[in-house]
Write a protein that binds this ligand. Structure first.
Ligand code: HEM
Length: 545
């Protein structure tokens, strides 16, 4: 990493020394390995002063869609090209593992899908994917609705209690979405009601503590927690291991209970995908019932923990940024509310309703485009590879030695001026318009018709220029769960409330770890809706509210 020469002489000298040391290390350890690949030169302040993905974007515009980021003894290849991303994620997927990410997450998730080695992953993925079948997702819609209802009632009660007569309340919606998503993931994955929307408990605190530590580890460059005795000496590491124990004990009890209460009648219902009379529709029930009580407790616990972590903050973040974007675009907010009024009236959200809430679904997709969670996908080459040539500015295939760490910048892909018109604008309608692909070699272009029947835009329609849930064999298993959940929660919020930011949009600073979130919360003013919004859309029909 090269430092910018600004500031006092003393600072300049220090920076020169740092530059020289950094260059030396860079050249020694990584230079030359990656041939003629452009190298990003940035300021250290780029790294620490703002989220890393902002700098990665600037360097993408400067250096092209594949460049090397040399950073101390480490070098990363940063990819912002759909053809190269498709190669790494889908076409040559088994030549890569999760590298740094697996090192960070393994102490938390064990052999769960995200950090798992390829052999374990192949076995577990086959067991987990069938759990997310369409009848399960349909059954989950009522979990999403009931949990969201609990949140909306809380808001209504707060309004009544705190500002009677005014009908408004100020709330940190990011924190509220986080509680809502935690309650939903607990019920959906292991039928455990955290009840975090209305209370605090040691398990809830432990979940947040663990997430906090995962985030700390993903942004802290020296893995001191691997040092011998760190877990006993360093207070935050002691706390982390205590938190893990609390969650693991809770999961172990749930697994024990699921095994004890296994009933053949439920197994039959599950085999027939009949969720209508099942008391417990959770994934844990499915895994235990379908695999029998011999299923390995430790592996099951790792799987549950992985889904708890993977499906919680990610979904909360999508809702946070969807509201942030809508609050700055009042006409789109009104259009969304008009659709909700027309489809739902004051009724509940069902799967049939979600199918009709097209604009809300596109808003969720657009929020994921502008604020992808996570903004980077991480891979490490297990063997030498040759990256394919990509679009503009990348007509050579670079050789990748084994051990190379790769960041696929989803943020860059999603805001690439090569693939999106006005890439930084919030425009949910864009997904309905096919984009031209002329002149972009090897990239088939953006085609909404390529994924018929899909309820949400996905990586297939955009041929890997849109990767909200990754792509290829290691694509997110919970994508439809998360999309339906976000649609229900957003629709129910806008059905009941008008939402505006408490301050200006600029005051909402971003920070990032595994997900992009706000520095101090998404403080919003909620006002109970009393009348229906009328949109300019002539197709929107309004029903009595
Ligand atoms: C993997 C995003 C919700 C479980 C992934 C990946 C992404 C992602 C991008 C691929 C990572 C990679 O290739 O390195 C999201 C987003 C979500 C979300 C944006 C919410 C909006 C969920 C939910 C669950 C879940 C609700 C579970 C209930 C997983 C698992 C994997 C994964 C287990 C690993 C898959 C594998 O390696 O085979 N997610 N996810 N995610 N996600 Fe999600």
């Amino acid at each position: 990493f090269r430092c910018q020469s600004t500031g006092t002489e003393e600072t300049k000298t220090k920076r020169n020394l740092l530059d020289n040391a950094s260059n030396l290390l860079t050249n020694l350890l990584s230079g030359g390995n990656l041939g003629s690949m452009p190298v990003a030169e940035g300021a250290v302040s780029d790294l620490f002063g703002r989220p890393l993905f902002f700098s990665l974007y600037d360097w993408f515009l400067e250096h092209g869609s594949v460049y090397k980021l040399a950073f101390g003894p480490k070098a990363f290849v940063v990819v912002s090209d759909p053809i190269v991303a498709r190669h790494v994620l889908r076409e040559n997927t088994f030549s890569y593992d999760k590298g740094v990410l697996a090192e960070i997450l393994e102490p938390i998730m064990g052999k769960g899908l995200i950090p798992a080695d390829l052999d374990t992953w192949k076995l577990r993925r086959k067991v987990i994917v069938p759990g997310f079948h369409s009848s399960f997702l349909e059954a989950m819609v009522s979990v999403f609705t009931n949990c969201s209802e609990r949140t909306m009632l809380k808001f209504e009660e707060l309004i009544e209690r705190e500002k009677p007569g005014e009908k408004t309340i100020e709330l940190d919606l990011e924190a509220e979405f986080s509680s809502l998503a935690l309650d939903i993931i607990g019920l959906g994955v292991f039928n455990y009601d955290f009840g975090s929307v209305t209370k605090e408990s040691p398990v809830i605190k432990a979940v947040y503590g663990t997430l906090f530590e995962a985030e700390h580890r993903s942004t802290f460059y020296i893995p001191y927690w691997n040092l011998p005795f760190a877990r006993w000496i360093v207070p935050r590491q002691r706390k982390f291991h205590n938190d893990l124990k609390i969650i693991n004990d809770c999961l172990d009890d749930l697994i024990k209970n699921a095994k004890k209460t296994r009933q053949e009648t439920d197994v039959e219902k599950l085999q027939q995908r009949d969720y209508s009379s099942l008391k417990d529709a959770s994934l844990l029930r499915f895994f235990v019932d379908m695999r029998g009580v011999d299923v390995d407790d430790r592996q099951l616990r790792d799987d549950l923990m992985t889904m708890l972590i993977a499906g919680h903050e990610t979904t909360a973040a999508v809702l946070t940024w969807a509201v942030f974007l809508l609050a700055q675009n009042p006409s789109k907010m009104r259009k969304a509310q008009a659709e909700i009024d027309s489809v739902l009236g004051q009724g509940k959200t069902t799967l049939e309703c979600i199918k009709k809430l097209e604009y809300i679904r596109l808003i969720i997709a657009e929020a994921l485009r502008l604020y992808p969670q996570p903004p980077l996908l991480i891979r490490r080459a297990l063997r030498p590879d040759v990256l394919p040539g990509g679009y503009k500015g990348l007509d050579v295939g670079y050789e990748i030695p084994a051990g190379t760490d790769i960041f696929i910048s989803v943020y860059n892909l999603h805001r690439s001026p090569y693939f999106w018109d006005r890439p930084n604008d919030f425009e949910p309608e864009r997904f309905l318009v096919p984009k031209k692909s002329e002149g972009i070699q090897g990239w088939a272009g953006f085609d909404p018709g390529r994924s018929p029947g899909a309820m949400y835009p996905n990586e297939i329609i955009a041929d890997f220029a849109f990767l909200p849930f990754g792509g290829g064999p290691r694509k997110c298993v919970g994508d439809q769960f998360a999309l339906l959940e976000s649609t229900v929660a957003l629709a129910m919020l806008l059905q009941r409330f008008d939402v505006e930011l408490r301050g200006s949009a600029d005051e909402v600073e971003l920070v990032t770890g595994a997900t992009i979130h706000t520095k101090k919360g998404l403080w919003c003013r909620l006002k109970k809706r009393t009348s229906k919004t009328h949109s300019n859309n002539p197709n929107t029909q309004t029903k009595g509210v």
